[in-house]
Ligand binder design. Structure first.
Ligand code: TRP
Length: 339
């Protein structure tokens, strides 16, 4: 019997395999991916090739983290029966699509991409930016279009990449005279970026201000203890600032009890709520959130063969899908085919 046609919209998103995922990833995307896997056909890309664009000096780290990120996915509740987990470097169609797309993008357009501009600055590449890094938005366009994804859940900082993808889609479809490629829309999470525990803009492993999903109870306590509050809130009775206070930002992101947070904010502003009490509350919330994830993580980590089988299986499925898109495009462009 032929299987019924799957009309669910397609999602493609992924993560660079440069390190284990953290709480910022959890609120920003992992949590919604767990929900979306029921209503969408979801593909998650372990973006090891993209990780190389700024880690060419450490391919070993990139390789090691393929399984770590896969374990993180499974630990938060990504179900391999619903979501296809696959490895970017094992999907050669993505590389070939990238090469084709590069002809439909100008260097100045790449240099103007706001995401790339910021990231070049952050990494201090200046004039020595690797060509692969400058071009990674084109590779990402290949990722998205190869799966014919119409929805791409990404952080706000990645939205310009979706715009660039759609420019490539329109340019190629115009060239071919048919709508082979599908435009995608970014699905940006409602909660903004989670700041690091130090109050710096972004939680990131390289900044040392992140709480990984695998954090032990002690690591969680010490991260919360270090957390930036209001430096002028010295005595319990002093009125304190809620805006810019990382503990409140985290409570807003992770605590379900809105009434309790509102009450705590009011008390903090008025004076009378101490940082220690406030932090103890956040710690309880984070310990409760991370305990089951940590346990599941440990169970998957103890079965690396099982995890790799899931990844291999997903990569095989993804290969079929990406090869099909590539074949369609090669055909449409009239490229030579060896028969
Ligand atoms: N750029 C994403 C990151 O920095 C990873 C990624 C690779 C991605 N390919 C993608 C995200 C395609 C969305 C769609 O983690």
């Amino acid at each position: 019997m032929p299987s019924p046609i799957d009309i669910r919209p397609i999602i493609l998103t992924g993560d660079r395999t440069t390190g284990p995922l953290h709480l910022g990833h959890y609120v920003g995307s992992l949590k919604s991916r767990v929900a979306l896997q029921h209503s969408h056909r979801q593909f998650l890309l372990l973006a090891d090739t993209q990780a190389l664009t700024d880690n060419a000096d450490d391919p070993d780290k990139v390789r090691r983290n393929v399984i770590e990120v896969a374990i993180d996915y499974l630990a938060v509740g990504i179900d391999p029966a619903l979501t296809t987990i696959c490895v970017q470097s094992a999907l050669p169609a993505l590389a070939e699509l990238t090469l084709l797309y590069l002809n439909f993008v100008t260097v100045s357009r790449l240099e103007r991409n706001p995401t790339i501009k910021t990231e070049i600055q952050l990494r201090g590449f200046e004039r020595d930016v690797p060509a692969g890094f400058l071009c990674y938005p084109v590779a990402q366009a290949a990722d998205i279009t190869a799966f014919k994804a119409s929805v791409v859940p990404v952080g706000e900082d990645q939205a310009p990449l979706i715009e660039q993808t759609n420019e490539i889609v329109r340019r190629l479809n115009r060239q071919i005279g048919r709508e082979i490629l599908v435009e995608a829309s970014a699905m940006v999470p409602k909660v903004g970026r989670l700041p690091g525990v130090d109050g710096k803009a972004k939680m990131s492993k390289s900044q040392g201000n992140a709480i990984p999903l695998s954090a032990s109870p002690d690591e969680i306590s010490s991260a919360v203890r270090r957390m930036y509050t209001d430096p002028e809130h010295l005595r319990i009775s002093d009125p304190g600032k809620v805006e810019g206070n990382v503990v409140f930002t985290y409570l807003d992101a992770f605590c379900e009890d809105r009434a309790m947070i509102d009450d705590m904010k009011a008390r903090y502003r008025r004076g009378g709520l101490g940082d220690i009490t406030l932090k103890r509350h956040l710690e309880d919330v984070l310990q409760a959130l991370l305990a089951p994830i940590r346990e599941r993580r440990a169970r998957f980590a103890a079965e690396p063969d099982y995890v790799m089988e899931i990844v291999r299986d997903g990569t095989r499925k993804a290969r079929e899908r990406t090869e099909a898109t590539l074949a369609e495009l090669r055909n449409a462009l009239g490229l030579f085919t060896l028969t």
